[in-house]
Design a protein around this ligand. Structure first.
Ligand SMILES: C[S@@+](CC[C@H](N)C(=O)[O-])C[C@H]1O[C@@H](n2cnc3c(N)ncnc32)[C@H](O)[C@@H]1O
Length: 189
């Protein structure tokens, strides 16, 4: 069976381009406390997959606090290096664990309460396999937020991803409004 366009795209955002969207202006339209607050609580263990330079990892660390933990995962070591410096400057480095992964393998054996995949699912080589690997990391009733950029992901492509996710074993928990994004929160069924 041939894979859909969504499943075969592989345009990984080069680390040198990260400041085009992860810059000082982003906080004007992406408030991480508002985005994650309904799903993430103090003390939780969360995973930020495709964390990039860490805008969302930093926001998640502020919510989970000293008793929680953020596992930040990315393909590109350069992204993780930027995040490490950013976390040190914010005094949050001890809450954030950096993990480098492969394009087709997260390599994470931890189980977590919440997963964030922000503007990254359209970059993974095999959507179904990625969703399956995230599913294996989530605790029962854990939540998984996917936000995709409207600029790169059509409504049809996003719906195909949601259908695949249902097939893998997720239920749809919420459909939050996030600027410039198509977003869904899945529940691990
Ligand atoms: C557009 S950036 C978004 C970064 C971050 N989530 C944010 O919102 O600022 C996409 C990120 O996903 C990462 N990525 C792409 N494919 C990946 C994969 N298969 N596994 C893990 N990370 C991946 C890229 O290296 C890049 O850092």
């Amino acid at each position: 069976m041939s894979k859909s366009n969504h499943e075969t795209k592989r345009r990984v955002c080069p680390w040198r381009h990260v400041y085009t969207f992860d810059n000082i202006l982003r906080r004007l339209f992406h408030n991480t406390a508002t985005i994650f607050g309904p799903y993430v609580k103090a003390g939780m263990t969360v995973m930020d997959v495709g964390c990039g330079a860490g805008f969302t990892s930093i926001g998640l660390a502020r919510i989970v606090g000293r008793k929680g933990r953020v596992i930040s995962v990315d393909l590109q070591q350069e992204m993780l290096d930027i995040l490490r410096k950013r976390a040190e400057r914010a005094g949050l480095a001890d809450l954030i664990q950096l993990r480098r992964c492969e394009a087709d393998s997260l390599g994470i054996s931890d189980t977590v309460d919440f997963v964030n995949a922000f503007w990254m699912v359209h970059e993974v080589p095999d959507t179904r396999e990625f969703l399956r690997q995230v599913h294996a990391c989530l605790k029962p009733s854990g939540k998984f937020l996917v936000a995709e950029p409207k600029l790169h992901v059509s409504s049809d492509e996003f719906q195909k991803m949601v259908v695949t996710a249902r097939d893998v074993g997720y239920g749809v928990w919420d459909k939050p409004r996030i600027a410039f994004s198509r977003a869904v929160v899945f529940l691990r069924a």
